[in-house]
Design a protein around this ligand. Sequence first.
Ligand SMILES: [Ca+2]
Ligand SMILES: [Ca+2]
Ligand SMILES: [Ca+2]
Length: 273
Amino acid sequence: MFRNVFILVLVLGVMAGIAQAALVLVENFDSMATGNIDGRTCTGVLGGTWDTQSANTGNVVVEDNSGSRVVRFMSTSSGGGRGVGFNSITDLIEDSETGMAFFRFMIRTDAQVPRTYMGLISDTSDDPINSTNTDTPTNIPVGFGLVDDSSGGFNLVKTDGTTVLKAGLVRAQWYNVWIEANNAADTFDLYLSTATGPAGAPALPTSGDLVAGTIPFGVATSDPLTGMIFASPTGTVQSSRCYIDEIYMTPEPATLVLLGLGGLSLLRARKKR
Ligand SMILES: [Ca+2]
Ligand SMILES: [Ca+2]
Ligand SMILES: [Ca+2]
């Protein structure tokens, strides 16, 4: 009896542990060739396909930075917007679900200005990253912007480009970002912390990392969230280079249940021995 209770507690502990560690890899670029990412399959475990806007300009590139392979993008003063992103992952954040996305970003120290947007998208087409979405951050359902603060750093803002959510971010600093999207309520919680570099699996955020909670989706949707966008719109001045690495998302609850049952079988096998 006590033993069964002990095992039940263990199993619940395992399942809770899995739920805690529910972020799985979408992309870290490490096994990807450098160069143009357009049309490539994501190398993580959730599937997905990369798409770009104006990658043929050389302004959207897979390259090595800070000791890791990353994707870099920027827009120029003369050209249109630049963007990179993916869709069609196998575990969508359905309209009834809450799911988390994680990634790291860094804005280079240069003479340009950060004017960069990123977030989750809802698009099942084979062209989710296009001129319209790249140039219109308010089209991003669940995201935020990084804009110049006129004193060498930058501010984290809503996709409206003006509402500051967190001021005083610094260049040449890698940051952890967690977006917890409640697609049923069309609201999200945004977390941010500094990272030592681009590489390595994420931990979960702490309450102290919360930037803002229950932020309304920029665009309410009854569709699933299917991927992410990282973009710099058309502008009259060049944007600072932005680098992205280590993209993770949460799998479906059904996957978690299977993993939990796996843990249960393991405990049963142990009990028999
Ligand atoms: Ca990497
Ligand atoms: Ca495209
Ligand atoms: Ca929704």
